[in-house]
Design a protein around this ligand. Structure first.
Ligand SMILES: *Cc1c(COP(=O)(O)O)cnc(C)c1O
Length: 378
């Protein structure tokens, strides 16, 4: 039987050539030639003042928590419907997590509920751009400004997506990308941190280089390097950056193909939505998404589980994700849910992700939608 995988990591075919290039350069530690090219590419395509590859989005988020100066007892506002790294990064610095409900249309944090969650101790708001569809950033930035809060965007899924023409990850104070192999562009494990304020790039370089001013030293701006702040090692080997580089070169091509698949899914499944059998994703006018994922929403968890089984029997792998963090053991220890959980749990139980990757063939996509059609005809 033919198997259709849920994800296949993106590749351009030129990865080996560049990995050889990195090794041939004789310098495979962090911040080599390929890392610089990737950093420059991200800056150019997002408008961020600084962009630095990291070893993961998890590490970019941890670095952002350090940059934000989180101290024990500070509060951080985030959705409960997200990956654990969004929460861990701040809990590791001693923050209390305050979970806010999501909007059922985008599964993003409900911006109208954020203000109720703000207290004297609040320091940061963390919007997560689910599926590469931007949160309502104008509202979130306005709330942050009025309350003197920082904004850290979890744009792990948002590379090459935008809100009102601005790249996701470049709107808040800090933005975090993922280049994990399940994301649109990959270096196996990897990520990047984006810095909006040009006055903060120096300290970002220091924190990323174990708290030393090694970057300035390498540029000849200081004659020796020393320990200037707390920090850690967040920079990846140049071999990983060499793997990522050709994908960034082909970013537009990869993005267009993913969007084609996304649109095809939408078209094929629209009749089922019209019959009220399932729901398709919604993308607000002001958002340009990047087809990071294609999900559908079933009536409830029972129907979703039956559909997963049906697809599995046909060799199709479809998955769901995010047990809401506030219902998990660590979520209860480190956080609390503010207000009513109207949608977080409900939507998390209805959502099903369909196979989506660069290289998904139209034939495979047809097969998946045919099988969904069949399920609902039964
Ligand atoms: C993938 C993901 C992360 C973690 O990314 P890594 O690069 O694997 O650390 C964090 N947040 C969200 C929303 C993600 O989807």
């Amino acid at each position: 039987m033919k198997k259709i995988k849920f994800n296949v990591p993106p590749q351009t075919g030129r990865e080996m050539e560049h990995i050889r290039g990195a090794i041939g350069s004789g310098r495979i530690c962090g911040d080599g030639d390929y890392t610089k090219r990737c950093n420059e590419w991200i800056r150019e395509h997002t408008g961020a003042a600084g962009a630095y590859l990291t070893t993961s989005c998890t590490q970019a988020l941890e670095m952002a928590a350090l940059m934000a100066g989180i101290e024990p007892g500070d509060e951080v506002i985030l959705p409960s419907y997200t990956f654990v790294s969004t929460a861990n990064a701040f809990a590791l610095r001693g923050a209390r997590l305050v979970f806010v409900d999501i909007r059922p249309d985008t599964n993003n944090i409900d911006e109208t509920l954020i203000e109720d969650a703000i207290t004297q101790r609040t320091k940061v708001i963390v919007p997560v751009h689910y599926a590469g569809v931007g949160c309502e950033m104008d509202t979130i930035m306005e709330i942050a400004e009025r309350h003197n809060l920082l904004v850290v965007e979890d744009a792990a899924q948002g590379v090459c997506a935008s809100y009102k023409g601005r790249a996701l990850g470049s709107i808040g104070d800090y933005g975090c990308f993922s280049f994990h192999e399940t994301k649109n562009y990959s270096m196996g494990e990897g990520g990047a941190i984006l810095i909006r304020d040009p006055n903060k790039t120096d300290i970002a370089e220091i924190i990323r280089e174990k708290g030393t001013d090694r970057s300035r030293f390498l540029r000849g701006q200081v004659d020796k390097y020393s320990w200037v702040s707390i920090g850690s090692s967040y920079l990846p080997s140049d071999i990983n950056a060499a793997y990522l580089w050709p994908q960034l070169e082909d970013a537009q091509k990869i993005n267009e193909q993913r969007l084609q698949s996304w649109n095809a899914y939408y078209q094929r499944l629209q009749p089922l939505q019209e019959k009220g059998l399932l729901e398709l994703p919604q993308v607000p006018q002001e958002c340009q998404h990047n087809a990071h994922m294609f999900y559908i929403k079933t009536a409830d968890i029972t129907e979703r589980d039956a559909l997963i089984r049906h697809l599995k029997e046909q060799g199709i792998s479809a998955v769901f994700h995010y047990v809401p963090l506030h219902s998990a053991a660590a979520g209860k220890t480190y956080g609390r849910f503010c207000g009513e959980d109207r949608y977080t749990t409900k939507e998390s139980q209805r959502l099903l992700r369909l196979p989506m990757y660069y290289g998904l063939t139209p034939e495979d996509l047809d097969f998946v939608t045919e099988q969904i059609d069949r399920f609902y005809r039964k």
